[in-house]
Ligand binder design. Structure first.
Ligand SMILES: Cc1ncc(COP(=O)(O)O)c(C=O)c1O
Length: 374
């Protein structure tokens, strides 16, 4: 059997990882500024993470959500404390798209309405409702196209209010920082106005923090720069440092009923072990603070490079836009300088490293970039 060929692949086979580095089958080491697409939060193969999952596997790997699982409560408690949302509750799932899918469904249950407002350049995942509100018609199938949705430009509170006035909106969903969109940060005032407008018109505010959350922006959640409190926050990626786990943080105003949401794998022992290890490491090693400081350092260094057209993002989520196509530059970074980076479209390099990145590793990248741009 062959693989269903949907991914353009680099000819690299990683076989091990350590902190901010991965090593391929030929023994070549790469500085990982891509983090496996913003997934690696506490670094590759962190010893505490490895030990926690290994020990758990030796005890019990899986049962189901029909029995007590105190590890889920431990993870929820630690996440509430570290994120600043101790009064919210947590529903577990397995991926980012699934987190958004549950967030949208919960908003629709709560409001009794069906329309979702999302924003241009948004990416919310590839499952039915999540992909329907993603701004990429190419990946929306006719089946997905049945979801009621309104796509608006970001930062236009006037247009948002007109759409909400129609009275059929269950939720407004926005990324803390648009990832696939190229690290576009919504204006703080716009997020604040959005929060007020949602309350005024009885719609819920969902913050998709799947890419921008879990410390990446230099705050636990990117929306915390705007001091708002959404009704639902979706998380995944960095939550498990590579182990598939996602979830939604839910405001105490939203009440559950038995059977309202459900999942087979969500919150299983191994996922919880991974998620608890991530939170323990993040807290113990001050990784949110590190993302803030090292991110600012890197931003400052990049700002001095004249060939860069625009820099966007916060913390360790940085979009570097050039006024020329960057495919060759990215390949040179990878194959000549041994530095993995991400990309958005044809002109933006995206930096999404492990949150353990050091300023010395930033220097390696900046020096390589300057050399290649000469
Ligand atoms: C902002 C955002 N939302 C949702 C998703 C979907 O996550 P997953 O691929 O885990 O389904 C992604 C993935 O890149 C994302 O960046």
């Amino acid at each position: 059997m062959k693989l269903f060929d949907v991914y353009p692949l680099f000819d690299i086979v990683p076989v091990s990882g350590n902190g901010c580095y991965i090593t391929d089958q030929d023994g070549i080491e790469y500085l990982d500024l891509y983090g496996g697409h913003a997934v690696i939060s506490v670094g590759h193969s962190h010893p505490v993470y490895v030990q926690k999952i290994t020990e758990q596997l030796q005890q019990i790997g899986f049962y189901s959500n029909s029995v007590q699982n105190p590890m889920q409560e431990e993870l929820a408690y630690k996440l509430g404390e570290l994120s600043g949302y101790p009064d919210y509750s947590l529903f577990f799932c397995n991926s980012g798209a699934e987190a958004n899918e549950n967030a949208l469904k919960l908003a629709s249950f709560h409001t009794g309405k069906g329309r979702i407002i999302a924003f241009e350049k948004a990416f919310h995942g590839r499952t039915s409702a999540a992909v329907a509100i993603t701004d990429n018609p190419k990946i929306i199938s006719p089946l997905n196209d049945t979801v009621l949705r309104t796509l608006l430009p970001l930062n236009r509170a006037d247009l948002l209010e007109s759409a909400l006035q129609k009275g059929d909106v269950a939720a407004v969903i926005v990324e803390g920082i648009q990832g696939v969109g190229g690290c576009v940060v919504p204006e703080a005032e716009f997020l604040q106005e959005t929060s007020v407008l949602c309350k005024k018109y009885g719609a819920l505010l969902i913050l998709d923090e799947i890419q921008s959350g879990y410390g990446r922006s230099g705050k636990f959640f990117a929306h915390q720069y705007a001091s708002i409190r959404p009704d639902i926050i979706s998380v995944a990626k960095g939550m498990g440092n590579g182990f598939p786990i996602g979830g939604i943080l839910i405001s105490p105003d939203l009440k559950p009923w038995s059977g309202m949401l459900g999942t087979t794998f969500g919150g299983n022992y191994l996922a919880c072990a991974a998620g608890i290890a991530v939170l323990d490491i993040m807290k113990g090693e001050h990784l949110v603070e590190n993302a803030f400081e090292v991110g600012n350092y890197l931003f400052g260094k990049l700002a001095a490079i004249p060939q860069i057209k625009e820099l966007r993002g916060k913390g360790l989520m940085i979009g570097i836009e050039f006024d020329f196509p960057i495919a060759t530059l990215r390949k040179q970074l990878l194959f000549e300088e041994k530095i993995f980076t991400g990309v958005t479209g044809s002109h933006v390099i995206r930096i999404l490293p492990p949150l353990t990145l050091t300023s010395a590793q930033c220097d390696l990248f900046v020096d390589a970039l300057i050399k290649l741009l000469k």
